[in-house]
Design a protein around this ligand. Sequence first.
Ligand code: FMN
Length: 447
Amino acid sequence: MSVETIALQGFGGLKLAADVYGLAERPTVVLLPAVGQARAFWRGAAVALAEAGRYAVCIDLRGHGDSEHARDGRYDFDVYVEDLRAVLAALPNRAVVVAAGLSALVAIAVAGEGPGQLVSGLVLMDATIWFDETEVARQREIHIRRADGFDGPADALDEFAALHPGEPQPMAGERLLAAFATGPDGRLQWRGDVKALGATSIRNEEARLADAAARVAAPVALIRGALNDTVSDDAMRRLRDAIPGAELTEIEGAGHYAATDREDAFNSVLLDFLERRAPRQPLTYIGGSEPRVLRDALGCFGTGVTIVTTVSASGEPVGLTANSFTSVSLDPPLILFSLGGDSSSVAHFKDTGRFAVNVLHIGQQPLAARFTQRGVSRFEGVEWAILADGGSPILAGSLASFDCRTFAAHEGGDHLIFIGQVEHAWFEPHRDPLLYFRGKYQRLHFA
Ligand SMILES: Cc1cc2nc3c(=O)[nH]c(=O)nc-3n(C[C@H](O)[C@H](O)[C@H](O)COP(=O)(O)O)c2cc1C
């Protein structure tokens, strides 16, 4: 699973660090951790989302992790709302927002207050609008302890556990600790602007949030760790009743850290909700529209990978990676491949009247990559030979090689279709093929 770190723009152009998973053209899911947590908190959910065909964007809140600190010191509720609005407005499609704790309330404000419809769904973890005084004081205490730092990882995890005595010990320690780094004094310090901790109060936002909740038009899933000792099931049921059509699911056996400690359970609730309430549109290609979509559709046809070769007029070997290889006829024995009209090799393939197709095995992936590169001497260090009179370069150890005389060459749009009559074929019966599927090299994995 490829992960890339990018910078997004929050309110006033403030840079927010984000890890992105999956392909950018897929439906987007923005994941926001609770105040105090880093973007790594959502890593497990992001991987599951990307594997399910979505584009997951895990963001560090302002003043948190690798995001910029607020130059004007602003960490109030409204500025988090503006950050999320700015991020969502810049996305190519309307995102689903997955958020925990205070960020869940930020998401409710964005979805319920407009302007416009910026989200296509909300998945909110451990959220309540109605806190009592004792709980507010306890949250402040938690933030003060975070700002002080800890003696080391074990101490930090013990403290996290002590803050929620009725809950199971958090398991995915490394993700909680991603919000910290070891300082020069050897202590574990919170990575961010300590001014951000405990700076946001929603005490005066209850009426506003209840109002926003009632106006959320997008589908909403509320998820609560059944043992969460801060957000009661009563509070979450009240929130469910306040949001039209909202669903509430409890995850057994987990408290605050259900998303990490009971990751499979959390992810299955998340993915099930998205497939039902925010389904992915099948991508559609209509003649003349975005060719990338057509390429993706064609990429659903898994193929082997070959290197097609011939020789130049001066006898130098020429070759490129091609997966357009197809068998055509047994009598006469014909095969084909198609060559891009802009390939530097077109003239050689046309002139020599012969070519070979070398089918690659799994160990030849480096060769496949090399034979797409321009400006390198592709055959250098590669074992090859011309095995038959008037033949073309055969790469040693290939899974199969077909040495051909050019039978016909047809124009096919921006490609040339070369049909070859097979004069010799060699094959190796034991190795696994190198495969190509959805734009990536793959291997067989039969159980
Ligand atoms: C898996 C894979 C399959 C490819 N299949 C073809 C193909 O069938 N025909 C083609 O012209 N190019 C194909 N290419 C692209 C060529 O390898 C690449 O454009 C070529 O090497 C560019 O160099 P050239 O100008 O020397 O031909 C493929 C690339 C990859 C990675």
